[in-house]
Design a protein around this ligand. Structure first.
Ligand code: CMX
Length: 437
């Protein structure tokens, strides 16, 4: 057995016992009161999920297994001393709760490069059957579903295995799926934007560098950017739409492909991952309508206010949990200032940052006026040559697989049951609070 699987058994076994014991001894203990407002405004702040891979603090931002992004930059194995952490290391950390060694990271890199080569040909036939102008997220998700013919979980389930072992074929499916996503993403990118000139995988490269390579970018800077991008988008606790959807569908024991596909359908929404593309759309439309590549802060202010007057959101700003500037925004801005300080788009992002929070604050209703991860990610990719913005949500999805699929393995280890919250009609809520119109 692979030593990582062995380690998962050692770590996961006692934790699974603890979950059972907690339910047995404290299943009826009250842990939180729930307000009507919480239920009717998206269950914000309502504790309803068990997730250990990462934790989101409203003021401080994300921590992966207790480590902030700056700490990860320090502690996770890197290819270059002054470089970005390898996403393989973050995957290992989220999976086991332990910091990986360089050998662990190399082992995962090798595993993924090997498994990436096993994509059945019908998956590419499915992509090719779609029109090229079908959004890349449609192509990406269709490919994910088509890969589910390979599900090891389904085969193992049908053989009648003991449910305490479900995590093992789930792990195999997750490893296959994560390894293959860069190939799929790059294939879609080259199909749609580069005249079907495909580039083969290079098994000597790490996972993120390979994605960059297969997309057609071999510079050290883009490889570094891709590693950073893959690390910071990987996980954001359990309640965000892509994680929660993956978990919910997985709770029916749907295989990793079905479960992840559900998460990706959620990521494709404009209030979630599609915001990274919409930011570029918003910026380009603003530049076109104002008629300049370098608008003044007062022109940006007018345009942002017009967006609000038209009843639209300003993409890249606001968050359901965060109440400060997203550290994932800050780390990208730092990267940009280091490697592309003169990029006009980055200067524009900086200018928008000076103007928009104040405007959102003044509405009196936006709970978080600060930029999120999507406010800059597209401008950063664009500044390094990846200008075709419909691919951006696919790149977000490749990264998000690391977190939500690790969560799925843990769902199986914990033996979590099918999810089935109670719903009530409007009258029930009105009566509950003695509502008087
Ligand atoms: N621009 C304009 N209005 C905004 C806004 C923004 N950026 N952010 C929030 N609001 C509005 C909401 O639409 C809501 O208005 P109504 O009361 O009229 O419905 C009000 O402010 C209160 O919303 P909130 O409690 O502050 O925010 P939510 O938790 O409901 O929503 C989010 C969070 C991210 C969906 C929202 O801030 C938004 O739409 N932002 C723009 C889209 C975006 O950048 N999404 C990406 C988020 C990160 C990610 O998942 O990738």
């Amino acid at each position: 057995m692979d030593y990582i699987k062995q380690r998962i058994i050692e770590i996961g076994g006692p934790k699974a016992e603890m979950v059972k014991d907690l339910i047995k001894k404290h299943g009826d203990d009250v842990i939180q009161d729930v307000t009507l407002g919480q239920v009717l405004t998206g269950m914000k702040g309502m504790v309803s999920l068990l997730t250990c891979t990462s934790k989101l603090d409203p003021e401080e931002g994300i921590r992966f297994r207790g480590y902030s992004i700056p700490q990860l930059q320090e502690l996770l194995p890197k290819l270059h001393q002054d470089g970005e952490p390898l996403p393989e290391g973050l995957f290992y950390l989220m999976l086991t709760g332990e910091l990986p060694t360089k050998e662990d990271v190399n082992h995962i890199s090798e595993q993924w490069a090997l498994r990436a080569q096993g994509i059945p040909s019908h998956v590419f036939d499915v992509i090719n059957a779609l029109p090229k102008d079908a959004h890349p997220m449609i192509q990406f998700n269709s490919a994910i579903l088509a890969m589910s013919t390979e599900s090891q979980f389904r085969k193992a389930y049908l053989t009648g295995m003991d449910k305490k072992d479900y995590w093992a074929p789930t792990y195999e499916g997750v490893m296959d799926l994560i390894s293959r996503l860069p190939v799929i993403a790059a294939y879609i990118y080259r199909r749609v934007f580069h005249n079907e000139q495909y580039i083969d995988i290079d098994p000597s490269l790490d996972w993120a560098a390979n994605l960059s390579h297969m997309m057609g970018y071999d510079s050290i800077e883009v490889q570094r950017l891709m590693r950073l991008y893959m690390v910071i988008h990987a996980d954001h606790e359990g309640g965000n739409v892509s994680a929660h959807a993956t978990h919910l569908v997985g709770s029916a024991l749907s295989n990793p492909y079905y479960s992840f596909s559900a998460g990706m359908n959620g990521l494709a929404g404009p209030l979630h991952g599609m915001a990274n593309q919409n930011v570029m759309h918003w910026i380009n439309k603003m530049l076109r309508e104002i008629g300049t590549d370098s608008p003044s802060t007062s022109q940006i202010k007018d345009y942002a206010e017009m967006t609000l007057r038209n009843g639209q959101v300003i993409p890249g700003y606001g968050h359901a949990v965060l109440r400060k500037t997203d550290p994932r925004f800050t780390v990208q801005l730092e990267f940009a200032k280091k490697y592309a300080p003169d990029a006009p788009l980055i200067q524009l992002v900086d200018k928008i940052y000076q103007v928009v929070p104040d405007i959102l604050e003044k509405t009196g209703k936006v709970k978080n006026p600060w930029p999120n991860v999507d406010a800059i990610s597209g401008s950063l990719l664009s500044s390094f040559g990846i200008t075709e913005y419909p691919i951006y949500t696919v790149l977000f999805g490749v990264s998000r697989a690391l977190g939500v699929l690790t969560q799925l393995i843990w769902d199986r280890l914990y033996g979590l049951p099918i999810e089935r919250p109670k719903s009530q009609n409007l009258q029930w809520f009105a009566e509950k609070v003695n509502y008087q119109p």
